[in-house]
Design a protein around this ligand. Structure first.
Ligand SMILES: Cc1cc2nc3c(=O)[nH]c(=O)nc-3n(C[C@H](O)[C@H](O)[C@H](O)COP(=O)(O)O)c2cc1C
Length: 227
């Protein structure tokens, strides 16, 4: 299980962090601690891209699909080596995971910048491409579970769900599930007070789903522990 948290609020108030922690605890109870990796994208941010990353990526593109093991041979300067050293572990973690759990609240109708930084860096050219076929199939068996929370506006302007579905789909992931806690600001914002019952029901359903999903899937080929 690769567990990523991208919500900026790292306090106990965070709904997404509460839900991903429940999922991770249930997963570890069902499957054991081996193969569990937690990456807090806010406490330990993935650096944004810069020119040397692009230069290395463009060189790799020119060579066609280059597996991660062969990228270091194409590095031409220390700055590119630094970029690759930041990037390679993220790729390896993603390739090693059978299940990727992402805590990503809706921020301005989309994903938090901390997650976008991880996405931009991990999607290095050729990293998930089968060299023999030239197709993105290396993540075909990976399950992605996105845990999201939405304050209560933007239900009709959700660019997060379609974006993540399209992104992982392009990487060859066919199993992307979304678990959402809706109207999470209802308890805080006076004008949303009438939506509190809905928010409570939504959170209860999300809590039930995150604890049942890793356990109910113990014997299924999906959501199984790391190879
Ligand atoms: C920077 C920022 C942008 C937000 N944008 C949206 C939004 O577009 N739509 C929405 O419904 N809620 C929005 N919210 C509210 C959060 O989605 C909501 O508070 C959520 O519960 C935050 O996740 P957390 O509880 O894990 O911290 C935003 C919150 C922040 C801090």
């Amino acid at each position: 299980l690769l567990h990523l948290d991208a919500g900026a609020n790292r306090s106990t108030e965070s709904i997404t962090r509460e839900l991903t922690a429940l999922f991770a605890d249930a997963w570890r109870t069902a499957h054991g601690d081996t193969g569990y990796r937690h990456r807090d994208l806010v406490a330990d941010p993935v650096p944004p891209l810069d020119t040397p990353f692009c230069a290395l990526g463009r060189r790799v593109e020119r060579h066609g699909p280059v597996p991660p093991d062969e990228v270091a041979a194409l590095v031409e300067c220390p700055a590119e080596a630094r970029e690759w050293a930041l990037t390679r572990p993220l790729i390896d973690e993603l390739l090693a995971a059978d299940t990727v759990l992402i805590g990503a609240p809706m921020y301005n109708y989309s994903v938090p910048a901390a997650l976008k930084a991880w996405i931009d860096r991990v999607t290095f050219p050729g990293a998930f491409t089968d060299r023999r076929t030239g197709r993105n199939t290396l993540l075909r068996g990976t399950n992605v579970v996105v845990v999201t929370a939405r304050g209560g506006f933007g239900a009709d302007t959700d660019f997060q769900t379609p974006y993540l579905r399209a992104y992982f789909g392009r990487l060859g992931v066919t199993d992307v599930r979304f678990i959402a806690a809706e109207r999470t600001l209802a308890g805080l914002v006076p004008r949303l007070a009438d939506q509190r019952p809905l928010a409570e029901r939504s959170l209860a359903a999300a809590r039930a789903e995150v604890v049942s999903l890793p356990v109910s899937s113990r014997d299924r080929p999906t959501l199984r522990p790391v190879r």
